[in-house]
Design a protein around this ligand. Structure first.
Ligand code: SF4
Length: 199
């Protein structure tokens, strides 16, 4: 499959190429790692202006370059231009705690898990559902990513809580802070905020 851009001198606009074509081209150079697919979806979404992650997916420039070279060698993505996001300062303080939480629960199977700790924590700073902020294509993509990379943590979400709510709740519980206003979820007026549809 010839690349729709990147290796050509004048790549066409991503939207004109289409999401599936870009995704197919990127995946044609994949290296067979478990997170290739999820990372390709995030990168393609960014090219199309979707998701809320900053350029580099929240990683350092070196880590971002390493990620692309490892998972999609030879696929030279066009520069992604988007203004840097403005994060809520309080949430920014919790980013390192989220990274630590995710790192503690890494499956230990693949190098990319540590990058995904940072990427997922960065997505938690934005305002939509986590799978949307990450530029994934469905909630299922995110559930699979969590189960694959952070299995013990994902298994704790056995009632299918919204992922962002679930992760922040883990932080609260680690700190011994319980913000829930009801004795149980079943009688809580915030139930829909925690467990409602993420589609
Ligand atoms: S539904 Fe209510 S009680 Fe359950 S986690 Fe959410 S806020 Fe807490």
């Amino acid at each position: 499959m010839s690349p729709p851009f990147g290796l050509a001198p004048a790549p066409p606009a991503p939207r004109a190429v289409g999401l599936e074509a870009i995704y197919g081209w990127l995946m044609s150079g994949r290296q067979g790692y478990a997170n290739d697919d999820a990372l390709a979806r995030m990168l393609v979404s960014q090219l199309l202006g979707e998701g809320s992650l900053p350029v580099g997916l929240g990683l350092s420039p070196d880590a971002y370059a390493e990620l692309k070279a490892r998972h999609f060698p030879g696929s030279v993505l066009p520069p992604i231009r988007r203004p840097p996001p403005v994060w809520d300062a309080r949430l920014l303080e919790e980013k390192d705690e989220l990274i630590a939480l995710l790192d503690e629960h890494r499956a230990g199977q693949d190098r990319s898990e540590s990058w995904l700790s940072v990427i997922v924590a960065t997505g938690c700073l934005a305002n939509d559902h986590l799978w949307q902020d990450l530029g994934l294509w469905s909630r299922r993509d995110l559930s699979e990513l969590m189960a694959r990379n952070f299995p013990a943590l994902a298994a704790r979400n056995d009632r299918d809580m919204k992922w962002k709510k679930f992760l922040y709740k883990q932080l609260c519980e680690r700190e011994g802070v319980y913000l829930c206003r009801a004795p149980s979820c079943a009688v809580c007026c915030d139930y829909a905020k925690c467990f409602g549809s993420e589609d």
